[in-house]
Design a protein around this ligand. Structure first.
Ligand code: UFG
Length: 337
């Protein structure tokens, strides 16, 4: 069964391609490498031991995407292709509205002409804003967005829900990711942040390897046990498996799932765990709070566990070990700025 992955060469897309193959699906990757590199495709092929179907295309190019869908005849589509840096979205909101919303609409206009049985959307726990009750479940109210990025995820969910009401043959699944980290255990694929990483784990691994001078922990005066923010860090392979299970256990309506491990870890706990598991010392300092950060959020993941039989297999330690192995691999084999 063929499944299109828009943004399939990205961090989440590449791991999902591998997990799809493991479960007998045929991923069709569409990517234009704006946030990735072509060696990721080569390395997916090394992991799966064969060629993968790949099309270089901008997801906003309706003619190209339409031709790909017409020729490949996929059963489903997973839409990863989007911009995801919260800070950048504040500085350049139009980039986010153009890509995350404009190109989503263009994609839906194309698939309106085809009969897909499944569509999976990459959403985010950012839709919950600063929740008044933790852990958050799927019924936790959506709060006003903290950033243009967050707003694009809220609007994206709404656009898709409205659109798929008109396409009764397609099952829509919305996956609200918490904080994806780690890398494939083979160290052949992982996260490739462009420029200075805004997310914690790539900044941590780049500091540990000497690419960055110091990690700043944004705020140690929050109302949490050690004063640093709390997040739900999920191994990227576990997150990828959630997509495969969504395809396998297709339900026709109301498929919104939190995908997190269901446990909060503080920034300081994560940094200490990284140092311990990899036997390293990281140069870090405490700095001011970062604007827009919520103090604490983690998932109530009981719905996805119950309905899709999903369980995270990897621990925080595993994820931080895999992230470090990937950083070492990047340094030794690839030239990535
Ligand atoms: N952090 C630091 N130093 C850094 C980077 C991050 O202390 O250099 C802290 C942040 O302040 C935060 C935690 O590490 O407390 C996690 O930050 P990330 O940037 O890694 O992740 P966020 O929780 O901010 O963002 C993630 C996803 C977004 C998503 C958001 C929803 O990256 O896509 O969760 O809350 F929208």
């Amino acid at each position: 069964m063929k499944i299109i992955l828009t943004g399939g060469a990205g961090f989440l897309g590449s791991h999902t391609a591998v997990e799809l193959v493991n479960e007998g699906y045929e991923p069709i990757i569409i990517d234009d490498f704006r946030n990735s590199k072509s060696f990721i495709i080569d390395n997916i092929e090394k992991i799966i031991g064969r060629k993968v179907i790949f099309h270089c295309a901008d997801i906003g190019d309706q003619n190209k995407v339409s031709t790909i869908i017409k020729n490949e005849k996929p059963a489903g589509l997973i839409h990863f292709a989007a911009d995801k840096a919260v800070n950048e979205s504040v500085l350049n909101p139009l980039k986010y509205y153009h890509n995350n919303i404009g190109n989503l609409i263009k994609l839906l206009e194309v698939i309106n002409n085809f009969n897909l049985s499944s569509f999976i959307f990459s959403s985010s726990c950012t839709v919950y804003g600063e929740p008044s009750c933790i852990p958050v479940n799927e019924k936790t109210p959506i709060q006003p967005a903290f950033s243009p990025y967050g707003y694009t995820k809220q609007v994206g969910e709404k656009i898709l829900t409205d659109f798929f009401k008109t396409k009764k043959q397609t099952s829509l699944t919305i996956l609200r990711y918490f904080n994806p980290i780690g890398a494939h255990p083979s160290s052949l694929i992982g996260e490739l942040p462009l420029g200075i990483p805004s997310n914690l784990v790539p900044h941590l691994t780049q500091t540990a390897i000497g690419k960055r001078k110091q990690l700043t922990i944004f705020g140690n005066d929050y109302n949490t046990a050690d004063g640093t923010c709390i997040r739900d860090y999920i191994h990227v392979v576990d997150l990828a498996r959630a997509h495969v299970l969504s395809l396998k256990n297709k339900i026709m309506s109301n498929n919104v799932y939190n995908v997190g491990v269901g446990k909060g870890s503080s920034v300081l706990e994560l940094v200490n765990c990284f140092e311990e598991i990899n036997n390293l010392n990281v140069n870090y300092q405490f700095g001011d709070r970062r604007s827009g950060d919520v103090p604490e959020i983690y998932a109530d993941n009981s719905l996805i566990k119950k309905k899709l039989n999903w369980e995270p297999k990897f621990s925080l330690k595993d994820a931080l070990q895999h992230a470090w192995n990937w950083e070492l691999e990047l340094k030794s084999k690839y030239k990535v700025d």
